[in-house]
Design a protein around this ligand. Structure first.
Ligand code: EPZ
Length: 425
């Protein structure tokens, strides 16, 4: 097992580049199952979750190859519709193969993805949508099987604008007969990116980015080439790192439109954020941030995936803040670890009250989930003394060599094995 050792106090500077979006790459790789032939997906980050999704497709009979920046998938010969349990358990996004397999093969059998640290993660909205399209769904022994000779277009209302359910239903509907309407659909940029990829395969998806998707089914699709959008959550994480360390940082390869809620909240906290014409963002900060109140919401609201990082920021603010998590029921796992570094945070149901502190102190802390881990790294960048972050594999699920990017921007951070860390401390 590896750990990150961070010595806080260095302002970040220079320039870093944001990678391709994890949460666009995963559904798009799954969507490549919809057509025989070879699709090429560019700027896909090197992440554990991407490796897992590639492993799922390989287990289904697709030929998957990885170049430094692209993933190629040849889905000509699908020999199985039952991804292995251990891969689905390793990453709930594996469930995104359900829509494509049902649409192309007429059958799919997947293990129930199960919950994770941030919540129970039900799949009722996925199943409701697929059933509306005519799928017969059986559940038992921890497995779900869906069957349909040919899916038929339908009107689907999403009780909640679930990202994954919108994506799964959309991927099933593109080969259904007739028109499908998805109302109260998720509007995240990653959903739009998936729709663009599907349309480049010959699908007819309209309205992506709004809360109503119109999908006119077609009889077949062709493989396509696509470059995924930049990762707005990585970008936001780096923006917060620059703000917390009172740095001056250029962040390349961003879509400013996708970062509006993050930019607005950072400016509210007193951070200077300049959106540049060359597709970069310049973040500058010279004092303690002011306290800000945040309420996570589906896009275009404030993203839940940046809630933990903003809690680290508000932990050192000059005021008090209230952060309300409305999307997941248990996404405050980072609070107790931040408290061990000196943060003053009280939880009341879905709200966390943060009293900003003049400083944090380094400590040995443990990642509980992907974004909580990122928050602990950010706290370590400003804490006095040394912070040792363990269970770093959580961070590696969503950030490609985060410590290298931060070190290039001046941070005193390095990755070592746990035994090396024991010798170093
Ligand atoms: C996607 O997860 C992202 N993952 C998550 O990012 C992100 O936090 C989330 O969307 C919200 O933006 C990927 O795209 C791979 P949801 P997803 O379905 O699709 C409830 C990260 O850190 N719900 O929009 O699983 C659910 O319980 C990860 O990169 C149902 O009730 O999220 C949750 O409370 C974490 N029934 C809410 O909706 C369902 O059938 C939002 O979930 C589905 C979801």
């Amino acid at each position: 097992m590896e750990v990150l050792i961070i010595r806080g106090g260095t302002p970040l500077g220079g320039e870093v580049r944001v990678g391709g979006a994890k949460n666009a790459s995963l559904p798009i790789i799954a969507a490549s199952l919809l057509a025989p032939g070879s699709s090429s997906i560019e700027d896909v980050p090197h992440l554990r979750d991407v490796d897992t999704m590639c492993g799922v497709l390989s287990s289904l009979g697709a030929t998957v190859s990885r170049s430094p920046s692209a993933v190629s998938v040849d889905a000509s010969d699908i020999s199985s519709v039952e991804p292995p349990y251990e891969l689905v358990r390793a990453m709930r996004a594996s469930f995104l193969v359900m829509g494509p397999l049902l649409a192309r093969m007429g059958r799919v059998r997947v293990s129930l993805p199960g919950g994770c640290a941030i919540g129970s993660r039900p799949i009722d909205l996925h199943l409701k949508g697929l059933a509306a399209l005519g799928a017969e769904i059986d559940m038992g022994y921890g497995q779900i099987e869906a069957r349909a000779t040919r899916l038929a277009g339908a009107r689907v209302y999403m009780d909640f604008p679930s990202v994954g359910a919108t994506e799964n239903i959309m991927m099933a509907a593109v080969l259904a007969s007739g028109m499908t309407l998805i109302e109260n659909a998720a509007q995240e940029p990653e959903v739009v990116d998936l729709a663009n990829f599907l349309n480049s395969m010959g699908a007819r998806v309209r309205g992506a980015g709004t809360n109503v998707l119109r999908i006119e089914g077609v009889t077949e699709l062709s493989p396509a080439c696509h470059m995924v959008i930049p990762d707005r959550i990585e970008a936001g994480t780096l923006m917060v790192a620059a703000a917390m360390t009172r740095g001056c940082l250029v962040i390349d390869n961003v879509v400013a439109e996708h970062l509006k809620p993050i930019t607005a909240k950072l400016r509210e906290a007193g951070v200077s954020v300049e959106e540049r014409d060359d597709g970069s963002i310049y973040v500058e900060m010279h004092q303690r941030p002011a306290g800000v109140d945040i309420k996570t919401m589906p896009y275009p609201g404030f993203p839940t995936d940046l809630q933990a990082q903003f809690m680290a920021l508000t932990s050192i603010s000059s005021g008090s803040s209230v952060i309300t998590e409305t999307v997941f029921e248990n996404r405050f796992m980072h609070v107790s670890e931040l408290a061990r570094m000196g943060a003053s945070i009280k939880i009341d149901g879905r709200a966390a009250m943060i009293e900003g502190q003049p400083s944090l102190s380094g400590a040995q802390v443990r990642c509980t989930d992907l974004r909580a881990g990122a928050a602990l790294v950010l706290a370590g960048l400003v804490a006095s003394g040394e912070t040792v972050v363990s269970d770093v594999y959580h961070v590696d699920r969503g950030y490609e060599r985060l410590e290298e990017k931060l070190a290039r921007a001046g941070a005193d951070i390095r990755r070592v094995t746990e035994s090396e860390a024991e010798q170093a401390v």
